[in-house]
Design a binder for this molecule. Structure first.
Ligand SMILES: Cc1cc2nc3c(=O)[nH]c(=O)nc-3n(C[C@H](O)[C@H](O)[C@H](O)COP(=O)(O)OP(=O)(O)OC[C@H]3O[C@@H](n4cnc5c(N)ncnc54)[C@H](O)[C@@H]3O)c2cc1C
Length: 384
């Protein structure tokens, strides 16, 4: 198969590139940055994503850099630990019955190193895709300063503000959440303060819900933050809010913090002629449940498999299938996670917390729930 162009050297673009390279397809990756992004963003790898990355030959290296998270927990601000779900019940469903906690900025250099071992594969930095044209069986990406890159297909994996998506005139409908999300990375050992923490903890509260999760380098706290308050005011009261999670009697040691708007949006089509949209370029969702990067990696692998058949009908079906999963699974699960964490009706909350306790206590119920939250059920038929 002739060259494929990939826009964006994030986790999704590089996964697509490596998956194609391993099938003997030459790939040109166009990256607007001068190097790979170093930002700490997604940090949870679900079991099927680990299977895919292992199949691409990078499983061991990723595991070397990450932390195994065999359980995750639901907590209530007032009541403490509610339930802890153990992914060990998925041992018959996956060879990786756990989450791996590892920042996406540790994945991308591994993908790059493996990609560049393949003849005919390259990454062009400082290459900002600005326009796309399609003629016959060729698609051409153009940079603002007149450079071009040609391929038989273009995969737009250039993130939420995708120029590829805009160049193809594809809509991106959905919602923007009313609050911003504030993520603080702390140089603290939270388990010294709260010994019953799992590596990932979803903490229910009608006002101050939060997520506490461990990465190899830090503990991260994700808090909802009003959209209208100036950033400096929110950063100034961050320590006070963190001391609401746990008060060590001194300020928390914060390595860095950032605030961002969160959207739920899906592109109107994932295939436009010989252009495919993948990852954040195709769909964005809130980070509750860690589905964004994972589902983008699933897009990348599905597209590489489909492109390798050389049959446009198979590619078309793959794009339509990945869009259905984005709409029916990723958007729905992530939004449900958001609604439940912040539920205000005490009776509904109590019922839901009881159902979580019952799920954790029953391996059959736990497996059914974990097949969904681990994304396995979005990818293959599962039996009860
Ligand atoms: C603060 C934060 C926390 C998050 N936490 C989680 C989480 O816990 N779990 C989870 O699953 N997801 C999380 N996400 C979402 C996750 O980071 C994304 O889903 C993931 O990065 C998508 O990967 P991607 O490769 O599609 O896009 P990106 O990672 O955005 O990569 C896009 C790449 O394209 C490049 N690019 C952009 N425009 C152009 C252009 N015109 N031409 C060429 N190159 C271009 C960019 O420089 C970048 O390298 C989080 C996001 C944020 C912002």
């Amino acid at each position: 198969m002739s060259r494929v162009v990939v826009a964006g050297a994030g986790p999704v673009g590089l996964t697509a590139a490596l998956a194609l390279a391993r099938k003997g397809v030459p790939v040109t990756v166009l990256e607007s940055g001068g190097d790979l992004a170093a930002e700490s963003r997604a940090s949870t790898f679900h079991p099927p994503t680990l299977e895919m990355l292992d199949d691409l030959g990078i499983g061991a290296e990723l595991h070397d850099r990450g932390l195994l998270a065999p359980t995750f927990a639901y907590r209530d601000r007032a009541a403490g630990l509610i339930a802890r779900l153990d992914l060990a019940v998925l041992a018959g469903d996956t060879r990786f019955p756990y989450r791996l906690q590892c920042e996406q900025s540790k994945l991308t250099p591994i993908l790059r190193a493996h990609l560049l071992r393949h003849d005919g594969c390259e990454i062009r930095y400082d290459w900002h895709l600005a326009a796309v044209t399609q003629t016959g069986d060729t698609v051409t990406a153009r940079s603002a300063d007149g450079r071009t890159a040609e391929g038989s297909w273009l995969i737009g994996a250039d993130g939420a503000h995708s120029a590829t998506r805009r160049a193809t005139g594809t809509g991106f409908d959905g919602i923007t959440y009313p609050e911003r999300f504030l993520v603080a990375s702390a140089d603290e050992d939270l388990t010294a303060w709260l010994p019953d923490l799992a590596a990932v903890n979803y903490v229910f509260d009608p006002v101050e819900w939060c997520v506490l999760l461990r990465t190899p380098d830090h503990w991260r706290v994700l808090l909802p933050t009003p959209a209208e308050t100036p950033d400096e005011v929110e950063y100034a009261r961050l320590d006070e809010r963190l001391r609401g999670v746990f008060d060590p009697g001194r300020p928390w040691r914060i390595a860095h913090a950032s605030m961002y708007r969160v959207h739920q949006r899906v592109a109107a089509a994932f295939r436009v002629g010989r252009v495919l949209l993948a990852g954040d370029a195709a769909h964005v969702n809130n980070p509750l449940g860690g589905l964004g990067m994972n589902s983008g990696i699933h897009d990348a692998v599905a597209y590489a498999d489909a492109l390798a058949t050389g049959d446009p009908a198979v590619v078309d079906a793959a794009a339509a299938h990945r869009r259905r999963i984005a709409l029916e699974y990723v958007q729905s699960v992530s939004h449900q996670n958001y609604e439940r964490l912040r539920a205000t009706d005490p009776a509904a909350r109590a019922t839901y917390l009881d159902s979580l306790r019952a799920t954790a206590a029953d391996p059959v119920k736990a497996r059914a729930s974990l097949l969904r939250s681990s994304m396995i059920a979005s990818l293959r038929p599962v039996t009860a």
